[in-house]
Design a protein around this ligand. Structure first.
Ligand code: GLC
Length: 820
């Protein structure tokens, strides 16, 4: 890392500390004794503090400070999924000045006086990240703080859901889950808190996860250019340091530490329609019918709060929805799944007659204030109580309550208002005396607010998994904390139906992906207001490549279904929804990669081109997996835009024409056009469009192959039953495709499939872009006959763009196509 000269640092220090405020935070004492532990060291400090350095993996080190006088707390985190790390070799060396722990990848150098921790590359000894000050804690308030030296050209990413541009440099951010309808760029905090960030300088990255759920402030050079500051209003100063230098490697470790996103059902990638609210039941059916009449695909219909009886969770309104099971069965007949909302606020009904309140009260599951009185908030049902989701018994009870929904055919659950929102005071200040059980430690509200949604999502996910073990749970949440990806997908809350909000979608989704959350999305074309047909069209062009593709709108505002904006706009929506369904094999393959590796589906260019300095601040384009790059128009009235393509060979997705790049260029983008490119070297699996997932099998399965400038390409297809958890025990199928050059003797290989899942008989079609006409084509050394697109059986042909098509039957074996 390159840091500012110290005279500049002194000037910066003299500036008022407006943001991260270290006032009243005394530093930890110097190191007085070193005790070796099984996985690291405990450093005793002059003031009675202990700093624990723990090697979890060669590239993952935890540093936890127990300050003098700090009340003992169990070593437990709601975010962390993994604590059983395999032993990683490390060495300890001590000098009068420092204590050094060296792993295969990192040297953690702890200077004794003052106590400063430095992370170095074990091989080059280059400093990756270093304390600018010793860690701090105010014994009076319990506030803790840390300051990390700021690199001259260091860029920051992450912190999950922030209404901000991608690069966090010079920004200050607060983590305190908040219900903020109609937020705009700069509104902070909003719904979620993910205290994980990535630092990138000179193409090299590291990660830092401050696992502390108290209200926190992160300052990336907002107050001073000397350090990146961090404070939390209480709790333990406990962080994990991730060595890269590759961003993808860090995301993989973060995924291991905080847990994988399980695969949702495949239909979660389908188009979804919501409204605050569809009722009565006949209206929901009407919407489904209109979808069919308009030839628009639909997989999911949402029931918002009006399906309930007086907003009582886990009830059905008997007049509006007299027979919910019949409704879900009829919709299921058309391939449409129903997702219902469940809010945390339980109607306060002490007079009896509401089983959920009665049972929760009888078991004392509801939160209380320090004086023992029930915590009464106010949400949709009026006065409401809230479950203590830190209690395992309460989570189990809550999870089981979903029987009232699942037994009536509900396919998934939408958990909302879980900051938790309280209309009496959305800031949470007047709830500070609410006490959570927190594994018997009985901790205060400020520690628990940011993990409320995480624990509610857990109760919901585990309930669904228990009640319907042969189905993958589908849960969607508004609020969250690190680790929430284990239980829920998410959407970015009550956005505005404006172009400004659409533009903000791109850095928001990218940052969420860099913070462990891959299954994200936003209301189309924005929750509040109507927007116009142009906004609708542009929103769908983005949403084609966003995991959650859900149309939703507020009460009293306007109908947002695609046909409400007029035929020309509806036609554009249809075009992009058909493209999405066509690309489901690619999207699902990329989603599975995210599940397995932690590398998100929706990626800022930076993630695929870490060495390209132009990518560092680029947040109005994005990539889908490794192969597709979208440069959507997100401004009203624009019919073209500037596009940046990193160095290399690219292809125009629509024409297949090669584009050589490494620079910015201008392209036209009429309203029905999304500038979309494929990286040379990529392979995109696709199939036929359909009206809902499972309407027909993926047949034929196409692999569009785009060779790089050396003629090579590689990619794969992931498949499973899309519905059950069997994929986790091997019932999947991975099909790898590779192309090797040079032109004139191209070879396409289909590796034998891996995994036990059997998709059934079908054809494969390989489409090789941009090559000359071969003299001969052989399939496994036998001549392959020339054929036509509309013929059947094995064969090859050339289409009007010049691309070559090869059709063969999928017989579950490997094959080689040789072109000469
Ligand atoms: C919140 C949600 C919104 C929902 C509404 C009514 O505002 O964010 O999506 O429609 O509550 O439940």
């Amino acid at each position: 890392m390159r840091t500012l000269p110290s005279f500049l640092a002194l000037v910066a220090l003299a500036a008022p500390l407006a943001a991260v405020d270290f006032t009243g935070l005394p530093a930890v004492g110097d190191v007085t004794a070193v005790t070796r532990t099984e996985r690291g060291v405990n450093l005793a400090c002059a003031d009675g503090a202990t700093v624990q350095v723990v090697v979890l993996a060669p590239d993952l080190v935890r540093v936890r400070t127990l300050f003098a006088g700090q009340p003992a707390a169990p070593d437990h985190s709601w975010a962390v999924a993994r604590t059983d790390w395999a032993a990683a070799p490390w060495q300890l060396s001590e000098s009068p000045e420092a204590v050094t722990l060296t792993t295969g990848e990192l040297a953690v150098v702890v200077q004794r006086a003052p106590l400063l921790v430095e992370f170095r590359d074990a091989a080059t000894h280059r400093v990756i990240n270093a304390d600018a000050r010793p860690v701090m804690r105010d014994p009076r308030t319990g506030r803790v703080g840390a300051a990390k030296r700021l690199g001259l050209d260091e860029h920051f990413y992450g912190l999950g859901e922030k209404a901000a541009r991608l690069d966090r440099r010079r920004g200050e951010f607060i983590l305190w889950n908040s219900d903020t309808p109609g937020y705009v760029e700069g509104t902070d905090p909003i719904y979620q808190s993910i205290p994980f960030y990535l630092g990138v300088e000179d193409g090299r990255a590291y990660g830092l996860f401050y696992d502390n759920s108290y209200r926190s402030v992160f300052d990336f050079g907002h107050t001073t250019q000397e350090y990146a500051g961090y404070t939390a209003d209480g709790g333990v100063l406990d962080y994990y340091f991730f060595q890269g230098p590759a961003l993808k490697k860090i995301l993989g470790r973060y995924n291991e530490l905080t847990g994988r996103m399980p695969l949702p059902p495949l239909w979660a990638l389908g188009h979804q329609q919501s409204r605050y609210s569809y009722y009565p039941a006949s209206m929901a059916e009407d919407i489904a019918r209109t979808y069919q009449a308009h030839d628009l695909p639909l997989d999911v219909l949402y029931l918002d709060i009006h399906y309930m009886d007086g907003y009582r969770v886990f009830t059905w309104n008997p007049t509006r929805f007299p027979d919910p099971a019949a409704l879900t069965a009829r919709l299921a007949g058309d391939g449409i799944k129903v997702v219902t909302i469940v809010d945390p606020g339980v109607k306060y009904q002490p007079e009896g007659g509401y089983a959920v309140f009665d049972e929760g009260a009888a078991h004392d599951y509801f939160l209380r204030r320090a004086d023992g009185s029930l915590y009464l908030g106010e949400v949709w049902p009026g006065p409401a109580v809230f479950v203590d989701f830190t209690r395992a018994d309460a989570r189990r009870w809550w999870g089981d309550l979903h029987r009232a929904l699942l037994d009536r055919g509900v396919a998934g659950v939408w958990t909302d208002m879980n900051e938790p929102s309280d209309f009496r005071d959305k800031t949470g200040q007047s709830q500070r005396d609410v006490v959570f059980d927190d594994l018997g430690a009985r901790t205060p509200y400020p520690k628990n607010r940011n993990v409320f949604a995480l624990n509610m999502a857990r109760a919901t996910y585990e309930g669904l998994a228990r009640l319907r073990p042969d189905r993958r749970p589908f849960v969607i949440t508004r609020a969250g904390y690190a680790g929430v990806q284990r239980y829920a997908t998410m959407w970015i809350g009550d956005s505005n139906a404006t172009f400004a909000a659409l533009a903000l979608n791109l850095p928001m989704f990218a940052a969420l992906g860099l913070s462990g959350e891959t299954f994200v999305g936003s209301d189309l074309p924005g929750f509040l207001g109507r927007g116009d047909g142009e906004l609708l069209a542009r929103s769908y062009q983005v949403a084609t490549f966003v995991p959650l593709c859900r149309n939703h709108g507020a009460i009293d505002d306007y109908d947002h279904e695609p046909w409400r904006y007029g035929a020309p706009y509806e036609a554009i929506v249809r075009k992009y929804l058909q493209l999405r369904y066509r690309l489901l094999p690619f999207l699902y393959t990329t989603l599975e990669e995210a599940h397995r590796t932690g590398v998100p589906l929706f990626r800022p260019l930076l993630l695929n081109f870490q060495d390209d300095p132009t990518a560092l601040n680029l947040d109005d384009e994005f990539m889908v997996g490794d192969a597709l790059l979208a440069a959507p128009v997100v401004h009203a009235g624009e019919r073209g835009r500037e596009v940046y393509l990193p160095r290399g060979l690219w292809y125009d997705f629509w024409t297949g024409a090669p584009v050589l790049n490494g620079d910015f260029f201008r392209t036209d983008a009429p309203l029905d056009h999304l500038p979309l490119y494929v990286r040379g070297g990529g392979v995109i699996p696709s199939t036929e469009p359909m009206h809902h997932v499972g309407e027909k099998p993926w047949n034929p399965l196409r692999f569009d192959v785009y060779p790089d400038d050396a003629g090579a390409a590689a990619g794969s297809l992931y498949e499973d039953d899309g519905l059950t958890p069997a994929y986790a025990t091997g019932a999947f199928r991975r099909t790898a495709v590779a192309c090797t050059g040079p032109a004139g003797s191209t070879r396409l290989t289909l590796a034998p499939p891996v995994g036990s899942y059997q998709p059934g008989g079908r054809n494969f079609e390989f489409i090789l872009h941009s090559t000359g006409v071969p003299h001969s084509v052989t399939l496994d050394d036998q001549a392959l006959a020339a054929s036509r697109a509309d013929a059947s059986g094995a064969g090859w042909w050339r289409d009007e763009t010049g691309a070559l098509h090869f059709r063969i039957a999928d017989d579950s074996r490997g094959h080689t196509l040789q072109l000469r």
